[in-house]
Design a protein around this ligand. Structure first.
Ligand code: NDP
Ligand code: OXD
Length: 316
């Protein structure tokens, strides 16, 4: 295959100022924030976060699209995205952020942080019964790069870990389940549910009341716990509130919401059993991610295959 020339980059983001991304990409490439017309022939790569609809549709020389996040639903939301390779983020730095988030939230629920916070407010000196991690099964929905890394960290703390994926997966020391038939057995064996799925047509709304009902409740936590750091539209916010209010769920940590930013009127903000973070579980840091993107572009131009490609049929 003949070597490709050094392609120009379109940096197309909405919702934040991409200054640092621009600076770092510009160290090696010519970068533009808008194409020169809808069929700009000079654009070879697009680096995107929630690009404007139709922006990429007619770029005739587009070679690949790089997502600024691990999730690519923000790209796939536009059905006119052309059929070029889409690269998702897989990076130690992002994975580390997510592992820290999952371990933090699991430990807080396991060690009953909400109970102690309530006691402290009322100056109550009371020690509830304590369980160790190996009494608790954490079930991770999504055994991708983030789910596997979270599983490994939780195992090292002594938790039992279950995992659910689309295809059959083998992960050392993790009890794995897959597909529709594996979902209920996975939930029935899970005390703390951690959601690290991508948002696709198959997963939209999956975290609903019926699913939460299947979680195990016979543990020392006093009820099942939900942690969602995947995507907000995987869940039904109203179903989570219902499950918390009727005791189906004991507590939840939510990093993502059906509508983001979470509207100020949402009852989730002030719910005593919900810990809220603003889609901040694992931030994409340009200092770590841009060098990986630049290396991939150069390797591709030398004729090497792109890594971490999205399966467009599966949607992630
Ligand atoms: P990957 O693409 O590496 O893995 C996705 C996992 O989900 C795979 O195990 C896959 O199964 C599984 N999966 C996908 N569809 C289904 C389905 N229909 N049924 C069962 N399992 C399914 O993703 P990452 O681990 O890199 O990231 C996961 C998600 O985390 C991202 O898509 C993003 O939405 C979210 N995220 C959130 C962040 C935040 O700050 N809140 C930050 C970063 C990511 P299989 O193994 O069989 O392919
Ligand atoms: C991501 C995110 O997908 O930050 O990486 O949500």
């Amino acid at each position: 295959m003949p070597k490709l020339d050094k392609g120009r980059v379109l940096l197309a983001v909405t919702g934040f100022h991409p200054q640092r991304w621009h600076e770092l990409l510009s160290t090696e490439r010519e970068v533009v924030l808008e194409p020169n017309g809808p069929s700009d022939p000079s654009i070879a790569y697009a680096v995107v976060w929630k690009q404007k609809p139709n922006l990429l549709t007619n770029l005739p020389n587009l070679r690949a699209i790089f997502s600024i996040g691990a999730g690519v639903d923000h790209i796939m939301a536009d059905p006119t995205v052309p059929d070029v390779p889409i690269v998702k983020v897989v990076a130690d730095n992002l994975t580390q952020h997510m592992v820290e988030f999952v371990v933090w939230r699991v430990l807080e629920h396991h060690r009953q942080a909400m109970l102690y916070q309530g006691q402290q407010k009322k100056k109550i000196w009371h020690e509830p019964p304590q369980r160790t991690a190996n009494d608790i099964s954490v079930g991770i929905m999504g055994l991708g790069s983030l789910g596997r890394a979270a599983a490994s960290a939780l195992l090292s703390l002594g938790f039992r870990v279950n995992g659910w994926s689309r295809k059959e997966q083998q992960v050392a020391d993790v009890s794995t389940f897959n597909g529709d038939s594996g979902l209920v057995p996975f939930l029935n064996a899970t005390d703390i549910l951690v959601v690290l799925l991508p948002l696709t047509p198959a997963t939209k709304g999956i975290v609903n009341y019926g699913l939460l009902k299947e979680l195990r409740k016979r543990n020392g936590l006093g009820g099942a716990v939900l942690i969602n750091a995947g995507r907000g539209r995987l869940q039904k916010d109203a179903d989570i509130l219902r499950a918390l209010d009727d005791g189906t769920l004991k507590e939840a940590s939510l990093d993502v919401f059906e509508v983001e930013p979470l509207p100020r009127t949402s009852p989730i903000w002030s719910h005593p059993k919900i810990f809220v973070t603003p889609h901040a579980a694992a931030t994409s840091d340009p200092n770590h991610l841009v060098p990986i993107m630049l290396r991939q572009m150069s390797a591709f131009e030398r004729g090497e295959p792109l890594q971490n490609l999205v399966d467009r049929t599966a949607g992630y």
